[in-house]
Structures are given as structure tokens and as C-alpha cells.
Write a protein that binds this ligand. Sequence first.
Ligand SMILES: Cc1cc2nc3c(=O)[nH]c(=O)nc-3n(C[C@H](O)[C@H](O)[C@H](O)COP(=O)(O)O)c2cc1C
Length: 185
Amino acid sequence: MYQLIRKFLFNFDAEKVHHFSMSALKLICQWSLTRKWLTAWMKPLNNKVVKIWGIEFPNVVGLAAGFDKNASYLRELQALGFGAVEIGTVTPLGQPGNEKPRIFRLPKDKALINRMGFNNEGVKAVVARLKDWRAEQESINSKNRSQIKLIIGGNIGKNKVTPNEEAWRDYEICFRELLNTLITL
Ligand SMILES: Cc1cc2nc3c(=O)[nH]c(=O)nc-3n(C[C@H](O)[C@H](O)[C@H](O)COP(=O)(O)O)c2cc1C
């Protein structure tokens, strides 16, 4: 089934397929019944809590930066079984990234070449979304539902327009903004 769907989706631009797939997943996760069904279906085989650097991860499956650049899909990624998600790369100001197309499939090598150029909505928009996520989690917990905590990390970068000598400022802005939010999640 997966092979068939993949073959079909490979006829279209990789970035468009990414957004299409995540929108479809968002739709499925909108209803608690379908979300619970997906969560149960995708539950990792090794679903044991692991403690690393004093942090308790629900399992050993984590997602690297670049997939959820704007923290838009945390609920969906949790339903897919991820125990940790690294959001970003986030820059101080939103920026469009490089010209499209900018993701290229190499099917024979089972690989991708990407030159996205740190497209993202900017740290303020991402922080707002993380706060919404926290509010949603608090409402779930207050209803006494057992929910394993998703660990969220942040990946930060400099804006394209920032000269290299000033890059440290961009990192500092993003670090402070994200740290204040992430430690309270
Ligand atoms: C389309 C795409 C976008 C990515 N964007 C970012 C990014 O914004 N920031 C970053 O640090 N890494 C980014 N990466 C790199 C990934 O985080 C990861 O390091 C890379 O895909 C290798 O992971 P793997 O060893 O699990 O295959 C991106 C990768 C891909 C394929």
C-alpha cells in the first residue's frame, strides 16, 4: 500500500506533496477518534521511556529539524509516534527561503537534496504556536487524560539579510525567545 501511494505522490513536486500530506494528516487528527486510532496504529514497537541528560523522552524516536519548521504539526507528529520533535530552523524574522523548486528527489539513492534556505515564519509566530500547544496540553491534562509528554527542541539560525558579523545577534534573539517558551512546555 505504502509503495503504491509513494509511487503516485512521486509524480508531483516534493514540497507540494509535503504540504498536501501534512494537511491530510491534520484533517485526520482533528477528530479525537481518528487521532486515537492513528496513535494506536503508529505506536512505536519500542515504546519505553528513556532518560537522557535528565530529560524523560517517551520513546527513542525523534524527528530532526526541517520537517516542522514552524511548529505547525506537533499534534500530528505525536500521533505518528514521535517522542521528540526538533522544530525549525527558526530565524528572528520570517523569510521565504530560496526559489522553488528547492527539494530534489534522488529515488535511486533513496535520498533528497534540499536547498530550502531556512524558509520559516519567524520566531514570534513560532513562539505563539508553541504557547497554543501548551494551552492545548494543559486542557488535556486538566481533563485527566493520560498523555505522554512530547519533547520539543528548537533549531535556530540567522536571517539571510543578516551579515555574518552580526549573526550572533540573530542566534541570541532566537535562543532567548525559544528557551523561555520551551522550558515551560
Ligand atoms: C527538506 C529538508 C529540510 C531541512 N531543513 C533543515 C533545517 O531547517 N534546519 C536543520 O538544522 N536541518 C534541516 N534539515 C536536515 C535534517 O534535520 C537532517 O539533519 C537531515 O535530513 C539528515 O537526517 P537523517 O540522518 O535522519 O537522514 C533538512 C532536511 C531536509 C531533507
